[in-house]
Design a protein around this ligand. Structure first.
Ligand code: H2U
Length: 348
């Protein structure tokens, strides 16, 4: 019997994390009698007088959210990182190391209406959000080495509020995910003299096996090494170091791919498809002084749903103790997403 990646188990290498992923396609046939989630609701009212993220509503901290009509940014009332807080003393003990953690956390509301999201907002409205992401990266990047912008969508992904919003956490340290990625991108650049993600996007465009959608400037694909069932990456075709380096055409094209991708996700199970998404680009702060040619800006979407709106993938057992594993192949997931209408089912 000869090897068929669509049928036979194998390991795939993730060069961004220096990790392997076990792919077990034959396992898709197993019956499911485990936990079933409530279908993610898409019946959010456009205004809720008790929702602190809605315009004109007083938040529990006593501050009134203004009557905003576009994008609205505020300092998180319950931040994980504070700007001024005592730091631990330097500690040379290998087993009890600690370093300073300072930073700031903000919340960005995408739209005044709670029933809107990236799949249903107009391109110009998404562009306003992108311009705000650029502004936040520029502003916080002056002081902080890492500015993490991320969106949790759906209660299943820990999102605490159905209003369309994301968070920005800026820190004086490089968190684990970008720290490991930076090391691997640098090693690839030193070995090959080209940025890994630019080589990768070119090869994926040649292969045409995992592409979900593309426009003039951006590609959406399910990475070869994806571990979440419908995980995707949004990559620029030309190297862009950070949010702040996106030109006007690229910002417009990014608005288009985000709208199409979120619409395609929702169309898969005709539900509000939960995910955590986030952006990575070259580090900021003091890192502006160093060469960052090994980096290229990109977004990652990690959605947990696997078989339906109510069955999610659990990252437990083998994933916790050995390595990540998936059943659905990245190629099949890409085809499912590619075949979806690019217009959101509620807009049809
Ligand atoms: P999540 O939905 O991803 O949890 O983000 C919502 C954030 O909004 C969360 O970090 C903040 C929470 O601390 N928040 C406020 O700052 N003030 C509020 O009144 C509600 C929520």
């Amino acid at each position: 019997m000869s090897f068929d990646p669509n049928e036979h188990q194998h390991n795939r290498y993730n060069p961004l994390k220096d990790e392997w992923v076990l792919v077990s396609p034959h396992r898709m046939l197993r019956p499911w009698s485990g936990q079933v989630e409530n279908a993610p609701t898409d019946k959010t009212p456009s205004f809720d007088p008790n929702n602190p993220l809605c315009p004109g509503v007083e938040r529990p901290c006593g501050i009134k959210t203004p009557e905003y009509d576009s994008v609205y940014v505020f300092k998180n009332d319950y931040p994980a990182l504070l700007e001024d807080s005592p730091s631990p003393n330097d500690n040379n003990d290998d087993l009890f190391k600690s370093i300073s953690a300072k930073g700031t956390c903000r919340v960005i509301c995408f739209h005044p209406k709670s029933d809107m999201h990236l799949g249903t907002m107009k391109n110009e409205e998404i562009l306003d959000v992108i311009n705000e992401w650029v502004k936040q990266t520029e502003d916080l990047g002056k002081k902080y080495v890492w500015v993490q912008i991320f969106e949790n969508r759906g209660a299943i992904m820990g999102c605490s509020n159905p209003h369309p919003h994301c968070q920005v956490w800026a820190s004086n340290f490089l968190p684990n995910e970008p720290r490991i990625k930076d090391k691997n991108l640098k090693e690839y650049y030193q070995k090959n003299g080209r940025p890994l993600l630019i080589d990768y996007v070119k090869k994926e465009l040649d292969k045409q096996e995992r592409i979900v959608y593309e426009n003039d400037e951006f590609v959406v694909l399910v990475p070869y090494w994806a571990f979440w069932p419908f995980e995707t990456m949004v990559l620029p075709k030309k190297q862009v170091l950070r949010f702040t380096d996106l030109n006007e055409t690229q910002r417009n094209c990014l608005a288009d791919v985000l709208k199409v991708l979120v619409s395609k996700y929702d169309n898969v199970f005709k539900c509000s498809f939960p995910y955590s998404m986030g952006f990575h680009g070259a580090p900021t702060g003091d890192e502006y002084k160093r060469n960052q040619d090994h980096w290229s800006f990109h977004a990652m979407f990690y959605p947990p749903l696997l078989r339906s709106a109510t069955v999610k993938k659990f990252m437990v057992g083998y994933e916790m103790f050995a390595q990540v594993q998936r059943d659905l192949t990245p190629e099949k997931a890409a085809k499912v997403l590619r075949d979806q209408n690019k217009i959101h089912y509620k807009m049809n």
